[in-house]
Ligand binder design. Sequence first.
Ligand SMILES: NC(=O)C1=CN([C@@H]2O[C@H](COP(=O)(O)OP(=O)(O)OC[C@H]3O[C@@H](n4cnc5c(N)ncnc54)[C@H](OP(=O)(O)O)[C@@H]3O)[C@@H](O)[C@H]2O)[C@@H](O)CC1
Ligand SMILES: [K+]
Length: 494
Amino acid sequence: MLQTWTSAQVRAAEEPLLALGVPLMERAAFALHVRSTAVLRELRGTVAGARVVVLAGPGNNGGDALHAGALLARRGVEVHAVLTGSRVHEEGLAALRRAGGQVLPADGSVDEGAALAAGADLVLDGLLGIGSDGAGLRGTAGDLVRALLDRGRPYVVAVDVPSGLGVDDGRRDGTVLDADLTVAFGALKPGLLLPPGTHAAGRVELVDLGLDLPGAPAVVRLEPGDVADLWPVPTRDEHKYTRGVLGVVAGSRAYPGAAVLTTSAAVRAGVGMVRYLGDVGDVVVAAHPEVVVGHGRVQAWVFGPGVSPDDAGQRRRIGYAFEHVLERGEAAVVDAGALELLPARVGPHAVLTPHAGELARVLVQRGEDVDRAGVEADPLRWARRAHELTGATVLLKGPVTVVAGAHGAAYAQADAPAWLATAGAGDVLAGLLGALLAGSVDAVHEDPTLAAALAATAALVHGRAAHRANPGGPISAQAVADALPGTIAELLGR
Ligand SMILES: NC(=O)C1=CN([C@@H]2O[C@H](COP(=O)(O)OP(=O)(O)OC[C@H]3O[C@@H](n4cnc5c(N)ncnc54)[C@H](OP(=O)(O)O)[C@@H]3O)[C@@H](O)[C@H]2O)[C@@H](O)CC1
Ligand SMILES: [K+]
């Protein structure tokens, strides 16, 4: 898994090492110069003779870049530093000058700096690191980057983080210098994984500085190798009831497909048994003879795919089941048409699966003033707010799926190809997540953060199944469901 730490956590970890005189900046700058030479070799075959521009802000981020620039200059690279103000990392600047680097002072024109950078083989972006105030680049640094972007972006290596990106939240509220490669120091920062800013980072490489990072990571991204630890794999002595029964209240005569896709995903994800409640049991059983229609004991539910606001029957079933969910502690996936039926307070074993517009409605129902665009601009903040207000775990669907759960648990999953934005994909995710919860409900009660980890697992498996269904091309939701058994077997290493 990829783990991230906030600026405050990184500073806390750096402090004792700096007090001991550990040369963190030298380590960072050395690693940055090594990565940069590798890029130059890739781009142009050789290092000597390349042109590199260092954009140097006032802080240590600029210091890292200037020191790396000095090391590159000693390798025969033509290095120019463009400064953004009178404050600059003096040691770094002196090192660059000693190595033969040129310096464009801040009183030079912004256009001159931008022209120099636009013509470079590689730009080292040392404008702003974890000292960012979080609101995009301002002042001369902002002017410089806008002037550079007007000319066309060269190959950019971000020092620690892309400058202007919300380091701890992934927001991109103003000017940001997008990178091709981000060389992160000591720890990945949440903004490198979180939408909407995550794409600003390009490829990300972590340089180990030997930090002892405090507390739990702020945001995690599960990787394929993590799935086996989280998946409820049946043991020899299990039967269908011990493996978990999933109740599905989905679909209607108007939207029978949602019931088919949800149950299809649940059956293929390997749940012990699926019970279907609703008006299209005949259609569901025709598609999946394994499904049992009617009431009975379940460990988890999926509520809501294909349930429209005028579907009195399904809404009544969901409302009734919700009361008993709370009493009996059954887990639940709360999707689409069920979101507005959510009781005032549930536990983290209820997992909401809205997209941004639906999450905005959940929040507005509870007195928040936010719309879809507001949620998209700061998804983790709003997913966390919905968790606080409802008690539920929240899986916010999007190009990067964000999960917020109990005790601050947070995940950002970027597994899905863009082709997965297709009708019915959400129904498949709901069925898959329902199956996972049904198979793990006891563990979810023991560890309330587990629901968030399982939600992230479902997002990962869903994305991988889409890739498997048709690598690089269009996919139907049913094809994603059909790809689940093979995807799961591969992830479990069987
Ligand atoms: N600590 C360590 O041990 C190690 C740290 N390391 C490195 O240090 C970096 C952190 O350095 P840092 O703390 O000096 O902050 P940094 O991001 O360079 O600049 C902050 C200054 O920028 C300004 N500013 C703020 N917001 C702004 C905005 N929106 N738009 C424009 N300007 C803005 C503001 O200055 P002001 O404008 O107020 O004059 C503020 O003072 C870290 O990311 C890593 O690269 C590595 O060497 C490893 C060891
Ligand atoms: K930077």
